[in-house]
Every structure is written in C-alpha cells, then in structure tokens.
Write a protein that binds this ligand. Structure first.
Ligand SMILES: *Cc1c(COP(=O)(O)O)cnc(C)c1O
Length: 367
C-alpha cells in the first residue's frame, strides 16, 4: 500500500536502518556528537538563531511556544483543526485568547489581523499555521509576520510549519518561532518536535516557567549538545540519516523544487479530469480535492489501487481527500496516484478513462 497521507509520511529504508542500531546512552560523548550534528543541520534548515528538539509530537512544540512565548494574550488564526488547536492550548492556560475564525479554504487577511491587534493592545503573541493541514491551505504568513512586527516588534510571531518546513523555503525574517515535527516532510517516525527561534524569542523565553516544556532550560542544555530530559536518541540519529539522504538527492533546494513541481503537476492532472481543488490558496505540502464522491474515491483507491490518502475531518468529513506531496516521493508513485483517481472516476461512471491524469501529470512535471 502506498502511504500518501500528509503525515505520517513513509520513512526511507536507509533511515530505518540508521535507527535500527543499538540504543546509545544519551549522556555520552558518542550521542552528544550525533546530537551536535543534528542540531547544527537543523539551525541551518530553519535559518534561525537557535533551535530546540523536544521529545514530543508537533503539538508539544505548539504548546511549548504558547507557554514560553505568550504572557498576556494570544491571537490565534483558526482556518482548520490545527489553528483551532492553538486556541485550545491557549484556553488550557491562564492566558487570554482572541481567535480569528475562517472557513477551512480561506486564508487569514492582514485587515482582520489589524483590527484584532487594534482592539486588543495586550496581545503579545500571534499563532498561525504556514500550511493549515485540515484543508491544505497556505496562509500568507510572511506578509502577516511583517505586518505584526511593523505594528509592534515585541509581539511574538509563532508559525506552525509542521507541513511547511522541508516543503518550501520559508522567509523567517519576521518569525520568532518556527515549529516542525518529525513525521511530515522530514520523513521520520512521529515523536520528535523541533522549534527554530529568533533572537527576540530567546530574550522572551528567559521568563519561561513551565516544567517539561521549559525552553530556557532546554536551550541551555542543548547548547551543550545534551537535553534536559532523556533525548529521543533513535529519532535524533534518524534525523541525521534523513539529512544525509536529502543531501544525497541534491539538498533541500532540490527537494523544494521537486515538491513544488509534484504539487503543480498533481493539481493540473486533477483539474484536467474535472476535479476541484479545495483551498483558495493551496499549500505545496498536499493536494486537496473537494468532491461529493470524495469518500467513495478514497475507498476505491485504498481497496483496489493500493493508495492510502487522507480524508477530511469535522464538517469536511467525507467531502475532501488530501494527497501528500511531502518528502522524497518517487515520481512514478505520484503519477500512479492521479492515474488511480482517474480510474476510480471511470469506475464510478463519472468520465471515460483515457489516461488524461497521468499524461497531464507527466507533461507538467517534465516540461
Ligand atoms: C501534523 C500537524 C501538527 C501536529 O500534530 P501532532 O499529531 O501533534 O504531531 C500540527 N500542525 C500541523 C499543521 C500539522 O499538519
């Protein structure tokens, strides 16, 4: 079965091998060398001042940012499940919340953020997804971050890049914290969260009070190539292995270019067989189709064509399907996915199968 869900993504064989070695004790020079290498490569990938690795899923890193970077009031952008999650995390603390709610296909606007900031002068942190994975939507995060900083440079801008880091280059000029997780574009098993941090974020973090997610303590330890609590040793070793593998394939620039082309080719192929892309501003990490037959198409792909893609949640349950674009995906697999969607439409008598999806995919990808 081809795993084509936008996280978890398949783990390459060499990475699985690298994680199959004997467990190292985390307080040893051997592991510290592995940690140091992973840390340096992460800082380079984020393009930021500092980074921390946490033994948690991505949500843990989102929570760590709320706990360490917001003191008074948070502004969260809810265009789907993950934006909603930032709001729920804030509500689980003593901090106040202002939430901008949008339909799941709609990106946040600077006008709305302007209004929210003007009527809530005590907002000290803004939380937003780069890609809201619930609908595959790309928010204009860079523009929003620049605007927020122009209003007040002390407001922290926290970007959830869990389905953006490793997908596309991100301009972090106005971003204070950039969050990612292991099981999406970095192609590792779940359980390692990573946060890139700006100079301004480092200053604010000194006041952190939380116990497990105490970024002040973590940063101090991680600068010494160790961790406050037991490190996720296997996943950190896997992180070095995936960096090696991405380098072997031409580095991150090559991966970004291939991901963008795959996303473009997939979208063109789906459009050519009469399907509708759901978000108004689609992200590159996944291709999302809205269709009354979404569930039937997804089921046929799973049972007949060996493709596992994701559906929708909440009010989009049964209404959308999402095809992953993250990671080192063999191009023939992506071509097969759009081809099987066309086969499914043929079977459902929606159109006569003539290989259009595969042809358009290849024309666009190799043009
Ligand atoms: C997957 C994902 C998360 C994190 O989910 P976890 O299950 O905690 O790893 C957060 N934000 C976005 C945008 C995601 O796609």
């Amino acid at each position: 079965m081809l795993l084509f869900t936008p996280g978890p993504t398949p783990v390459p064989e060499v990475v699985r091998q690298a994680m199959a070695t004997q467990t190292l004790h985390h307080r040893t020079p051997e592991f510290e060398a592995i940690f140091k290498s992973a840390r340096e490569r992460l800082i380079k990938l984020f393009g930021m001042e500092e980074c921390v690795m946490l033994a948690s899923t991505g949500t843990g890193a989102m929570q760590a940012c709320v706990l360490n970077l917001c003191e008074t009031k948070a502004l969260t952008i809810n265009s789907g499940k993950f934006g909603e999650r930032f709001g729920k995390i804030v509500q689980s603390t003593d901090k106040d919340l202002v939430e901008l709610v949008y339909e799941w296909d709609t990106p946040a606007t600077i006008d709305d953020i302007k209004l929210a900031l003007e009527s809530n002068l005590d907002i000290d942190a803004v939380f937003i997804q780069i890609c809201e994975s619930a609908g595959g939507l790309r928010h204009p995060v860079e523009e929003i971050a620049a605007y927020v900083k122009s209003v007040n440079p002390n407001i922290m801008v926290v970007a959830d890049g869990i389905t953006a880091v490793g997908v596309e280059p991100i301009d972090v000029t106005h971003i204070d914290a950039l969050v990612t997780g292991s099981q999406k574009a970095l192609m590792l098993p779940p359980g390692l969260a990573m946060i890139g941090l700006s100079k301004a974020a480092l200053k604010k973090i000194n006041k952190g009070k939380d116990y497990y997610f105490n970024l002040a303590i973590e940063i101090k330890k991680q600068r010494e190539n160790t961790t406050a609590w037991t490190a996720a040793t296997t996943l950190v070793a896997g992180l070095n292995a995936i960096f090696d593998e991405i380098e072997k394939e031409g580095g991150f620039d090559a991966l970004f270019a291939k991901t963008a082309k795959r996303a473009e080719a997939t979208q063109a192929a789906l459009g050519a067989i009469g399907l509708t892309i759901y978000p108004k501003t689609p992200a590159l990490s996944m291709s999302t189709v809205i269709d009354d037959d979404a569930e039937a198409i997804r089921k046929l792909l799973k049972t007949k064509y060996g493709v596992n893609m994701a559906g929708g949640q909440d009010h989009l349950k049964g209404k959308i399907f999402r095809i992953n674009q993250m990671g080192l995906i063999p191009i023939h697999e992506s071509a097969w996915v759009v081809n099987s969607v066309e086969l499914a439409l043929g079977e459902m008598k929606r159109r006569t199968f003539d290989g259009t999806a595969n042809r358009v995919f290849n024309e666009v990808y190799f043009k």
